[in-house]
Design a protein around this ligand. Structure first.
Ligand SMILES: *[C@@H]1O[C@H](CO)[C@@H](O)[C@H](O)[C@H]1NC(C)=O
Ligand SMILES: *[C@@H]1O[C@H](CO)[C@@H](O)[C@H](O)[C@H]1NC(C)=O
Ligand SMILES: *[C@@H]1O[C@H](CO)[C@@H](O)[C@H](O)[C@H]1NC(C)=O
Ligand SMILES: *[C@@H]1O[C@H](CO)[C@@H](O)[C@H](O)[C@H]1NC(C)=O
Ligand SMILES: *[C@@H]1O[C@H](CO)[C@@H](O)[C@H](O)[C@H]1NC(C)=O
Ligand SMILES: *[C@@H]1O[C@H](CO)[C@@H](O)[C@H](O)[C@H]1NC(C)=O
Length: 347
């Protein structure tokens, strides 16, 4: 059986648990996925992952797509104004640490995998799952409204379970603190999807009357998942292992213990100012910064006090647009000077 698959590990997640299982190394940089060959070669796969590999290669495909399109894509979006901006160059190393960034990268990856597998179920592209219709034809009443559960509900439970099987199996065999932290953050990522399902409805009846409403459960937009995890990143809790080797305790005893939805880390982040391969820092020389902001994207922080250089760019844009009957919009092309600030290099 061959499947078209975008193989990313060598380029992207090459030290991510997804890849260190050996599965992706075996795939090499080919763009096809020969299930038998891969599953046989991937000796380091745990029993469960072997099963998954043999029985459900299309789930692995969805998982990979989810980690790239949603996980990595959203990581870049959320971090684009920070010194560490989730570049693929640094991701491998960052995932080997135990910092806030590691926590975020792990959480958003497992959220992406949960999300993509669930989406594939709803789209009908997996044999193993479909919509969650378990509440269909139940009539629900609240003080304000009455509706009928129906349509195609997102089966997030399936995506959640598969994400655990796929990502956490390897971790579960170990019990060191890094592994505990990784599993905690993976779970927080999945919960950022699973605990925020929303209700989507369609009205029936004469137009505008909505005499009957059909509703189903829909996952949150992945952007909302990213925003939520970014907030958790900002409030991430520094932890250490308890004596029982199973629980994580906050380092600072005045801080509340982390809940299942919090992100946790055990090592302070490097400052990401200068290149340092060991910790996955590629430095900020040449990064665009905002000279009038005092935030993380401001030149002072972004450039680590090395200063910045302004470039004047002549930018073109559409202007003086007008509507012509019927039906085109005509615009002029205008130019303006814009100033872009970039961080200086290292001296
Ligand atoms: C019910 O309706 C009131 C006012 O129309 C609104 O303030 C309230 O949030 C609604 N409750 C629910 C559960 O939708
Ligand atoms: C659930 O309901 C939708 C819409 O009614 C339907 O298209 C789909 O096939 C159903 N799925 C399952 C698994 O029953
Ligand atoms: C991320 O940072 C690197 C250098 O640190 C830069 O080359 C890259 O363009 C940045 N990516 C984005 C999306 O800003
Ligand atoms: C730069 O930061 C200022 C202040 O926070 C903000 O008003 C402005 O829109 C930012 N400029 C860009 C290009 O983002
Ligand atoms: C931008 O460049 C164009 C030619 O490439 C020139 O006509 C225009 O005057 C320039 N605009 C500014 C604001 O410098
Ligand atoms: C844009 O910048 C050029 C020099 O880079 C300058 O000659 C020109 O006057 C500027 N135009 C405006 C509108 O500021």
């Amino acid at each position: 059986m061959r499947l078209g698959i975008v193989v990313l590990c060598l380029l992207l997640f090459f030290t991510h648990p997804l890849c260190t299982t050996g599965l992706w190394w075996a795939v090499g940089n080919t763009l096809t996925f020969d299930q038998n060959r891969i599953c046989r070669k991937a000796k380091r796969l745990s029993g469960k992952q072997q099963d998954l590999c043999k029985k459900e290669p299309e789930i692995i495909e969805a998982a990979l797509l989810g980690s790239k399109e949603h996980g990595l894509g959203e990581c870049r979006h959320q971090m684009k104004l920070r010194k560490w901006n989730c570049t693929t160059k640094s991701l491998g190393r960052v995932l080997l640490q135990d910092t806030r960034e590691t926590a975020f990268a792990n959480a958003i990856t497992s959220a992406g995998v949960t999300f993509q597998i669930t989406s594939a179920c709803s789209a009908g592209s997996l044999l193993q799952c479909g919509c969650d219709n378990s509440s269909n034809s139940i009539i629900q009443q609240t003080k304000n409204a009455t509706w009928l559960w129906g349509g195609c509900g997102d089966n997030v439970h399936f995506g959640y379970i598969k994400s655990i099987e796929f990502i956490d199996t390897q971790e579960k065999r170990r019990s060191d603190i890094k592994s505990l932290i990784t599993q905690h953050n993976n779970e927080a990522g999945r919960l950022a999807v699973k605990l925020h399902m929303r209700k989507e409805c369609k009205c029936h009846g004469l137009s505008g009357t909505c005499t009957l409403k059909t509703c189903w459960k829909r996952m949150p937009n992945f952007r909302d998942v990213g925003n939520r995890l970014k907030e958790l990143f900002n409030g991430a809790i520094k932890v250490t292992g308890a004596n029982n080797g199973k629980t994580l305790l906050p380092i600072n005893p005045t801080i509340k213990a982390p809940t299942v939805t919090d992100l946790v880390y055990s090592v302070e982040s490097p400052n990401f100012c200068e290149p340092d391969r060991k910790v996955g820092s590629i430095g900020t020389a040449g990064r665009v910064c905002n000279s009038t902001s005092e935030g993380v994207e401001g030149c002072q922080i972004m450039c680590c006090n090395r200063g910045f250089t302004d470039e004047i760019m002549n930018r073109t844009y559409h202007c003086r647009c007008r509507f012509k009957w019927c039906c085109v919009v005509e615009c002029d092309i205008c130019t303006k000077n814009v100033t872009i600030s970039r961080c200086n290099g290292y001296s």
